[in-house]
Design a protein around this ligand. Structure first.
Ligand SMILES: [Zn+2]
Ligand SMILES: [Zn+2]
Length: 101
């Protein structure tokens, strides 16, 4: 059973979310024309760059804002390598690529 203060807090949270959503809709419109993602270098979870996720919810890795080497933005949620310089986004993948020559 929720206490009155818990309910009040929940209502406040809902109000805050609604305001944030209005801003996100505007961002989402721009983003749709030129999508940019943050990408987890460990599990490749992709989130839109305008989301408020900065760390992966699966493993806590800091999400990449773009290529670690040339800073090119990530335009595909399925990207594994930088499209400009070819760098593998995952440190493990980078080691594997190097080893293979
Ligand atoms: Zn992850
Ligand atoms: Zn790059």
């Amino acid at each position: 059973m929720a206490t009155l203060s818990e309910i009040t807090n929940a209502v406040d949270a809902m109000k805050t979310t609604r305001t944030a959503n209005a801003a996100n809709v505007a961002n989402a419109a721009n983003w749709k024309a030129n999508p940019v993602y943050r990408l987890c270098p460990r599990c490749f979870r992709a989130v839109p760059a305008h989301s408020s996720e900065y760390y992966c919810c699966n493993d806590g890795e800091k999400l990449l804002e773009g290529c670690p080497r040339c800073h090119t933005p990530i335009h595909s949620p399925f990207a594994r390598f930088c499209t400009l310089c070819g760098l593998a986004f995952a440190p493990l993948e980078r080691m594997r690529v190097k080893k293979g020559g």
